[in-house]
Design a protein around this ligand. Structure first.
Ligand SMILES: [Zn+2]
Ligand SMILES: [Zn+2]
Length: 348
């Protein structure tokens, strides 16, 4: 079968014929039907993720059909449409037992700790603990989004923040994470502002319905946002992962506000400036990290999507074949695009 494959960090991947995966006792093999191209795949390829060993096949935001299963898998069968969170939790550690599988002590992660979904077939470990059946009306593309970007934004905003009707929320970055966050905040009735350096990304955020969009390089960014939000936002969300975001994000918060760190902070130079240091204490700011979503929270998330009539496909801006991925996605000058690009064709 074909897979997007690399044997060296920062060297352009290629489409490689590799053997089809075989399931261990607790695993399934999926025929991949949709796979999002997420910034974490790019970070992994850049060499920022210590869990990746070479050679590697990335991809962690996926949906597909079960085509093989291990003999110990009880809850799922061949032919079912399924997806899973990007963390495949162990189900046994103290965190899993208390329902916090998103911070499992012994995580497996397809696309990081083993080969992932940039391939026509993929292994999914620990199936019984982590697979989720896709309800009939939901497309593979929408289901794939739940595994990383939409799911993480949902957990951050709905479970890890006080966002409610008429709250002011500032979202930094109009990629898949930020736009998912925008949809969720709108569904909750919050006032929304999206900050992004790209005009195309800001236009997309505006089209989806952001109340205010601001250029990340606007020298009056902070004062404009503070004025719009009547003294600062209750919640800000970093959907990028950068100290260039962290400091303005903290400055846009009102007292006792909460900064949600969702984008991965990987660079060595990430630091809070002096004003941030003062504000964290004097304004009692909270900084909360968010790491995906548990499989057992999918049902609530799917009900939320249904009840609020969120249209997830609005954030999908490009559909690609697996064959396009090496050139389209992997270049060291850090391509960031508005919305989500999704692999929807998987040549075998
Ligand atoms: Zn991701
Ligand atoms: Zn665990």
């Amino acid at each position: 079968m074909l897979a997007v494959y690399y044997d060296e960090f920062q060297k352009t991947p290629w489409l490689q014929q590799v053997p089809e995966p075989q399931p261990g006792d607790c695993d399934v093999v999926l025929e991949v039907k949709a796979s999002g191209l997420c910034r974490s795949d790019w970070h992994g390829w850049m060499g920022h993720d210590p869990d990746i060993s070479l050679p590697h096949v990335p991809g962690h935001e996926f949906a597909g059909v079960v085509v093989k299963k291990g003999k110990a898998v009880r809850n799922f069968s061949i032919g079912q449409r399924v997806t899973a969170p990007f963390i495949q939790a162990c189900g046994r550690c103290a965190y899993c037992r208390q329902g916090d599988q998103q911070v499992c002590n012994d995580q497996a992660q397809a696309g990081f700790s083993y080969w992932g979904s940039f391939a026509s077939r993929m292994l999914l470990k620990r199936a019984d603990n982590n697979l989720v059946v896709i309800p009939d009306p939901m497309s593979y593309e929408d289901a794939a989004l739940l595994g990383c970007r939409f799911g993480t934004a949902y957990r951050a905003i709905v479970h890890q923040s006080p966002v409610k009707k008429k709250s002011y929320v500032v979202i930094f970055g109009a990629g898949g994470l930020g736009l998912s966050g925008l949809l969720i905040c709108q569904a909750l009735g919050a006032h929304t502002c999206v900050v992004d350096p790209s005009l195309q990304a800001r236009e997309l955020a505006k089209a989806i319905g952001a109340d205010l969009v601001v250029n990340a390089f606007d020298e009056h960014l902070i004062e404009n946002v503070v004025s719009w939000s009547e003294g600062g936002a209750q919640v800000t969300l970093d959907g990028v992962g950068s100290s260039a975001v962290l400091n303005p994000s903290l400055a846009c918060l009102r007292r006792r506000g909460r900064h949600l760190q969702v984008g991965l902070l990987t660079s060595e130079e990430t630091k809070w400036d002096r004003m941030s240091n003062l504000r964290i204490v004097a304004h009692e700011l909270e900084i909360v990290g968010c790491h995906g979503i548990q499989a057992h929270e999918y049902q609530g998330m799917m009900e939320f999507i249904n009840e609020t009539q969120i249209n997830l496909s609005q954030v999908i801006t490009a559909r690609k074949s697996l064959a396009d991925v090496p050139e389209y996605f992997f270049s060291t000058d850090s391509p960031t695009r508005a919305g989500v690009s999704m692999i929807t064709e998987f040549p075998y």
